[in-house]
Design a binder for this molecule. Structure first.
Ligand code: HSE
Length: 298
């Protein structure tokens, strides 16, 4: 018995929601095949597309899978094949896709004994291996689809949010790798009350905009006063890409997850494609190699 699953890439943070907001991309992701076996434990049998460890304890998929097995009374095991399309260290939830895909597929094959929120907790163990911190803002949208809010971590409280129909994401990935663990180390641990007020105003505004289908409100709220000023220094051409994206009609633009990918949200596919062209021109002008994607969000 086996299942083939699509594991979506995700944009975490979405500017104002550091560690709490994320969205799944419908058109960008990995594929996995997960099959039941009689041998206990998790075996990663094949990885294509990237050079990643096959050893269960060293692979985020293996670690997430073991977390599920630990809470299950199933006596057998699973074999996993991972076909990576999302590059590790790109900022669009590569590790989350593998962790989330594994536990979703295992749960399906076991007859769905666990809730989506429980699956998020298992998948977070994979994130812990990848970035030292068990953040859920990539794995939650990868499992629930669409936008999710992690209202709280202790206990975990994931709130799925609505996705306005015409919202499209553009994501450009300059071909450098930034480890989430490294880009977390450079952050300050305190923020001023003034910055806090701006940030939670925007976060609430963005969530309200999603519920009201209010694209202008979504656009006004896509700002980050806390993390972007620090992390953007690591990303080539960030300021130009942001300026050009907004000039091309994007509602907002910021760092995807811990970078280096940069995302923009737009109303309608045409604008999202125009934004992709504008981003492309910036990197072509400064000779930075890149991948660019336009994806619906649902
Ligand atoms: N919230 C995490 C961070 C996401 O920004 O460090 C990492 O993908």
């Amino acid at each position: 018995e086996e299942i083939r699953v699509f594991c979506p890439a995700t944009i975490a943070n979405l500017s104002c929601g550091f560690d709490v907001l994320g969205v799944a991309l419908d058109a960008v992701g990995d594929e996995m095949i997960v099959r039941k076996t009689d041998t206990k434990g998790i075996q990663i049998t094949k990885i294509t597309g990237q050079d990643l460890p096959l050893a269960t304890e060293k692979n985020v998929a293996g670690v997430a899978g073991l977390a599920l097995l630990d809470k299950s009374d199933y006596k057998g095991g699973f074999e996993i094949e991972i076909h990576k399309k999302i590059k590790p260290g790109s900022g669009i939830g590569s590790s989350a896709a593998s962790s989330a895909g594994t536990v979703w597929a295992m749960n399906y094959l076991l007859g769905k004994p666990f809730s989506l929120s429980e699956l998020v907790e298992f998948a977070m163990q994979g994130e812990k291996l990848a970035s030292d911190v068990a953040h859920a803002d990539n794995v939650a949208p990868a499992l629930f689809g669409g936008f999710t809010l992690v209202r709280g971590y202790n206990p975990l409280d994931v709130v799925p949010l609505p996705s306005p129909k015409e919202l499209y994401a553009t994501v450009i990935h300059p071909q450098i790798e930034i480890k989430t663990s490294d880009s977390r180390k450079i952050l300050k641990t305190n923020i001023t009350l003034q910055k806090g007020i701006k940030q939670w105003g925007n976060l609430a505004g963005l969530v309200a905009g999603l519920f009201k289908n209010d694209y202008d409100l979504i656009g006004r709220s896509l700002e980050d006063h806390v993390v972007e000023p620090i992390r953007s220094i690591l990303i080539p051409g960030f300021d130009d890409i942001k300026t050009r994206s907004l000039e091309s009609g994007a509602l907002g633009c910021g760092i995807s997850g811990s970078g280096p990918s940069i995302f923009a949200l737009s109303k309608g596919k045409n604008i999202a494609q125009r934004v992709a062209q504008a981003m492309t021109q910036v990197y072509e002008a400064i000779d930075v190699e890149f991948d660019v994607h336009v994806s619906p969000i649902n």
